[in-house]
Design a protein around this ligand. Structure first.
Ligand code: TYC
Length: 102
């Protein structure tokens, strides 16, 4: 509904509640070549986990094929995927990192 405030300003009242922005889970994927120690360092550096937590996540990926490293708004998740992939490729490792909407 429009409300006249002065001669050239019209305020539009918000009729419906806005939905919160979608969140994205960022996963690392297992492969046979990336060293475990490299994956632990990646999880610590880009997902702000301590060494123990990073090791647990790495071992879950190694066992189950996939493991969740964090949940973020779209732009932050996308940037983390890009940074992880760039770091892995520069080091010559095939590590894969993906994001999925929650
Ligand atoms: N499977 C790898 C190895 O045995 C370790 C590994 C863990 C690789 C997690 C990728 O996302 C990964 N060296």
């Amino acid at each position: 509904m429009a409300t006249k405030q002065d001669s050239d300003t019209v305020l539009i009242r918000q009729e419906k509640k806005l939905k919160p922005p979608p969140m994205y889970q960022v996963f690392l994927m297992n492969d046979d070549y990336t060293p475990m120690e490299f994956v632990v360092a990646i999880i610590q550096e880009y997902f702000n986990k301590d060494r123990e937590t990073a090791t647990q996540i790495m071992l879950k990926v190694h066992r189950d094929g996939k493991g969740m490293c964090g949940v973020y708004p779209r732009d932050i998740a996308s940037t983390k995927v890009d940074l992880v992939l760039a770091h892995a490729r520069k080091a010559g490792h095939p590590l894969q990192c993906v994001m999925e909407e929650v």
